[in-house]
Design a binder for this molecule. Sequence first.
Ligand SMILES: [Zn+2]
Ligand SMILES: [Zn+2]
Length: 83
Amino acid sequence: MAVQDSWRMPEEVHAVKCYVHAKAGAREEAVAVCHVCGMAVCLEHAVERNVPLEQLRSPGLAGYPDRSMVILCQRDAQALSDR
Ligand SMILES: [Zn+2]
Ligand SMILES: [Zn+2]
């Protein structure tokens, strides 16, 4: 009878990896999540933006200041700056 230890998942399976790195075939631990599309990004690919909150069209933001710092992926940061 074979020993069943396949349930023992490696630690890295549970750690969220950077989506941009993953698409390039690399692995980098994610440190943030894009506010717009929800992809996980590493420190290198995360972009801090001080944006008007109405641009984000997120529900439940009533009572927040007009502008706030958000974490975006590079694609959404570019998209927002193009407006
Ligand atoms: Zn990355
Ligand atoms: Zn994004």
